[in-house]
Design a protein around this ligand. Structure first.
Ligand code: ATP
Ligand code: MG
Length: 874
């Protein structure tokens, strides 16, 4: 069965059991401080499990894009080395939210694997949670009994907390699980060791394919478990592993999911897959990583220097250096795989097909820049080697290797490889120590402790009313304290809130919570999944009281101006630059708006002016806001609403329209009622932030007015300086012209003076033992003219030896020049002479044996230079 068919069969099977198919949520996580990337199918349902939100459907099936390269689940170092862990993989899942539980989950999993996919029953093993004394948990008898009805007891394995108790992170929903493992070894191998001895033993052919998690608990910050309000099922089956089991291959990479990619790399590198372990690893790393890189870029995460962007950058670099070191790929090559990604995944994940060109561009640029880094590192290594050689040393210290890694991104394995090739070695232990030190440093910097929520009211419904109101009477539902290096910070959740939580680029509201006895400042508002969290300066003394929640209206209004202006800007950019432009990020606050978009090439002045003009004309048109809430997503798409890649949209969306023929966007932000409120729109900068992505910064209303005022003041000040000419521009042009003429005049004067000086000096040469010697003190305008004069004297006089002590502006300089043939004879060497003489002016210098100069600090020493030289050579 082909991979595509295997995937659709899974979905169809669960649809036949009344499951709703939902698309994968983005691989890059927003609004969750505990997670950078989706690492399991359950992430998007976390709120439903925690009871923060009621699930839309009681039963769901999906294929979720997952990435396990950071945090609690990090498989990066295994990837490519083994044949069944990937960075990015698809997790097929079926879900029950307070609906069916263990019985159906177990029965359906077995039915699908053995009757639909027809995996041989005698190759499958299942595991059951054995209990845990520390957590005071009993064995999962219920699961055991259910399994023993369909599987022989000797195929059921009892597992510890490590394998059979699933947790998303340090805190959050969790529960016992049952895994299904498959034995893919040959008959003869099976005859020697029974499969059950190899389950959960890191055997590459006896692997876990499916994990059925029975969500029953919430792990709190103090480590204790609390029963969840309702019980759920969360299953996750690694699609790549399933395909391998069905296609009965000994490696995930031998399935039709990876084969075309391996072939492409083989063709590109001229190497064959399957001949040598080290090259094979490189092949696997590359074909695995290109998926992770493409999918994350498609979901809006561009490689960068921090956080999620840095994780992607590291994955990309890992792929490049494996190609570089083991496959001889020293030019960008990864980007050439993106058409294959589009072809093989475009059906189920259209974002990679629709953005293929953009993804390729970003990858290519990133590869090229890393290859330059590698090149730079190679040169650094050369000089390190030279230095070691000169000391007769053969070991590159851990510190040096770490510096290469840390500052130049030069990986240890490459340093070691090159070192070995040159008869050096690297102190790898020292490197590891440096690495550890750095980790400790960054851990200390980021460590924070999140306290559990303290429940104030049992009320759980949270209502956002900020589109219609900026004030409300509210009650606190819960609060908590977060402690880190900076001290304690406080968060709270309200039953009803007018505070907009940061999202879609728009900053969170600030304001106040006021009761009859207290006034508390709200510093920020952010989302945590779908929860609206208020950051407050202190916790209320009487949290049960009723509070008047008041948004800082001035700030909100200015922010709204900028948000609406961002929409107007996006449409204007499309009109001027073309429909290819896609939003790549945005920031909207009370001071400015920032809009990142895909476009190749710098915008011209005319384009920028055109865009400004269009936006300002839309402002003057005074278009009124047309806001639609709860529009079915399909309908919104039909309306042509602009949506973002990598954004998680629900089934119902909010549509913001300013003239249906001009700007229609899916947006959760706050907007002006009429565009004229924006007043004025002004672009302040346009530039590139990464390959293919441009950034515009702009201001509106008050900020735009102040900006214009500043410009005006500047012109006035210039006018004043120029004594108020009628035409400022002409006056400046005249000044510039005058300056050029003066400069020319000065140059001529210098020349005249220099030639007078020269003829004067020619008369002062003294002959001694066949050498014509001149030792003199002179005054010159600059260092160049000193050099020029020295060369001319040498050319005009045969066998010349000239020492010039010069005053140049306020600094002393010495120049020594010799006829080439004199170098070495009579112990003459310009470099040595100049160094000796420069002592008199407290300076130093050098140059070639026939010409050298020195600068110094002590002008009064020039006379001594002349005297000393005369004493030595005349
Ligand atoms: P393993 O022990 O093999 O690393 P796991 O216990 O980490 O697996 P789960 O967290 O239970 O796996 O995830 C559910 C399923 O997802 C697994 O049964 C497996 O099929 C798949 N899976 C997990 N990690 C990866 C990965 N890095 N690459 C591909 N598939 C994976
Ligand atoms: Mg794992």
């Amino acid at each position: 069965m082909e991979a595509k068919k295997i995937r659709s069969t899974f979905i169809e099977f669960f649809q036949s059991k009344q499951h709703q198919y939902v698309p994968s949520s983005p691989i890059v996580v927003k609004n969750d401080p505990t997670l950078m990337f989706t690492n399991a199918g359950m992430n998007q349902f976390k709120d439903a499990f925690l009871g923060n939100e009621t699930a839309k459907y009681p039963r769901v099936a999906n294929s979720q894009k997952c990435l396990r390269v950071s945090g609690k689940h990090n498989d990066l170092e295994e990837v490519g080395v083994d044949t069944y862990h990937h960075t990015m993989f698809e997790m097929l899942g079926n879900w029950s939210f307070g609906d069916y539980f263990k019985k159906d989950a177990i029965a359906w999993a077995w039915e699908l694997l053995t009757e639909v996919y027809k995996l041989p029953k005698d190759r499958l093993y299942v595991s059951v949670f054995q209990g845990d004394a520390g957590d005071k948990l009993e064995k999962d008898q219920e699961a055991f009994d259910l399994w023993s009805q369909i599987v022989p007891v000797d195929r059921i394995i009892m597992g510890s907390k490590k394998d059979n108790f699933w947790e998303m992170g340090d805190t959050g929903p969790c529960g016992p699980c049952s895994e299904i493992h498959v034995d893919l070894r040959s008959e003869s191998e099976i005859a020697t060791i029974p499969g059950r001895d190899l389950v959960n033993n890191d055997h590459p052919q006896v692997i876990e394919i499916w994990n059925l998690v029975f969500m029953q608990f919430n792990r709190l910050a103090d480590g204790s478990l609390k029963e969840l309000p309702a019980k759920h099922v969360d299953t996750g089956m690694g699609f790549e592993r399933l395909v391998r089991a069905i296609q009965f291959k000994s490696s995930n990479y031998d399935t039709d999911l990876f084969k075309p990619f391996l072939d492409a790399i083989a063709k590109k590198s001229g190497k064959t897959y399957g001949l040598d372990e080290q090259t094979d690893i490189a092949f696997r790393v590359i074909v695995d990583h290109i998926r992770a890189i493409s999918f994350t870029i498609a979901d809006g995460q561009i490689p960068s220097n921090n956080k999620a962007g840095y994780v992607i950058r590291r994955i990309l670099r890992r792929a490049v250096r494996y190609g570089y070191t083991f496959l001889g790929l020293q030019q960008p090559f990864l980007f050439e795989l993106t058409p294959l990604i589009a072809e093989y995944f475009g059906d189920i994940f259209p974002e990679v097909r629709l953005q293929q060109e953009f993804i390729a561009k970003v990858i290519q640029e990133e590869e090229a820049s890393f290859l330059r880094t590698l090149d730079h590192g190679l040169k650094m290594l050369e000089s390190i080697k030279a230095e070691l050689n000169s000391k007769g040393d053969k070991i590159i210290t851990g510190k040096t290797a770490f510096e290469l890694y840390d500052t130049f991104g030069f990986p240890l394995d490459l340093t070691s490889l090159i070192a070995r090739e040159n008869g050096f070695s690297v102190d790898e232990k020292g490197f590891a120590e440096e690495m550890e030190k750095q980790k400790t440093r960054s851990r200390a910097a980021s460590e924070q402790e999140t306290g559990d929520w303290v429940i104030v009211s049992e009320d759980t419904g949270v209502e956002f009313i900020g589109y219609d109101f900026t004030e409300a009477y509210s009650h606190i539902i819960k609060h908590r304290t977060i402690t880190d290096k900076k001290g304690d910070r406080y968060q709270l959740v309200l039953d009803k809130t007018p505070f907009y939580a940061e999202s879609g680029g728009q900053v969170g509201d600030t304001g106040w919570l006021i009761s009859d006895s207290e006034k508390i400042r709200v510093i920020d508002t952010k989302k945590e999944n779908d929860l609206i969290v208020h950051f407050v300066e202190k916790l209320p003394l009487n949290p049960e009281k009723r509070f008047s929640a008041e948004v800082d209206r001035e700030k909100r209004t200015l922010t709204m101006n900028n948000h609406t202006a961002t929409h107007l800007l996006q449409s204007a950019l499309k009109a001027v630059l073309g429909d290819h432009i896609q939003q790549r990020g945005s920031l909207v606050n009370e001071n400015l708006l920032r809009f990142d978009f895909s476009h190749f090439g710098k915008m011209t002045e005319e384009e920028i002016t055109k865009v400004e003009d269009i936006v300002n004309s839309k402002v003057r048109e005074n278009i009124h806001l047309f806001e639609q809430r709860n529009v079915p997503i399909e309908e919104a798409k039909k309306m042509g609403a602009t949506a973002l890649f990598g954004e998680k949209y629900g089934d119902f969306v909010r549509v913001i329209t300013f003239d249906k023929n001009y700007s229609v966007e899916l947006c959760g932000g706050t907007h002006v009622p009429y565009t004229s409120q924006i007043g004025l729109f002004k672009i302040t900068s346009e530039g590139s932030i990464s390959s293919g992505v441009r950034r515009i910064e702009a201001i509106t209303s008050k900020a735009a007015e102040s900006y214009l005022r500043e410009q005006e003041t500047l012109v006035k000040e210039i006018q004043d300086l120029l004594k108020n000419p009628r035409d400022v521009k002409k006056a400046i042009e005249a000044l510039l012209q005058e300056r050029n003429e003066l400069r020319k005049e000065i140059e001529t004067l210098h020349l005249e003076k220099a030639s007078g000086l020269k003829s004067e000096l020619l008369k002062q040469f003294v002959e001694k033992d066949g050498v014509n010697i001149l030792i003199a003190q002179v005054e010159l305008p600059n260092a160049d003219s000193l050099k020029k004069l020295a060369y001319e004297l040498k050319n005009d006089v045969s066998n010349a030896f000239v020492v010039l002590a010069a005053q140049i502006e306020d600094k002393p300089q010495v120049a020594v020049i010799l006829e080439d043939t004199l170098v070495g004879s009579k112990g003459l060497n310009a470099g040595q002479i100049v160094r000796e003489l420069a002592k008199e002016i407290q300076g130093g210098g050098g140059g070639q044996p026939f010409f050298a100069t020195a600068g110094g600090k002590d002008l009064s020493g020039l006379g001594k230079v002349v005297a000393k030289a005369k004493e030595m050579y005349l």
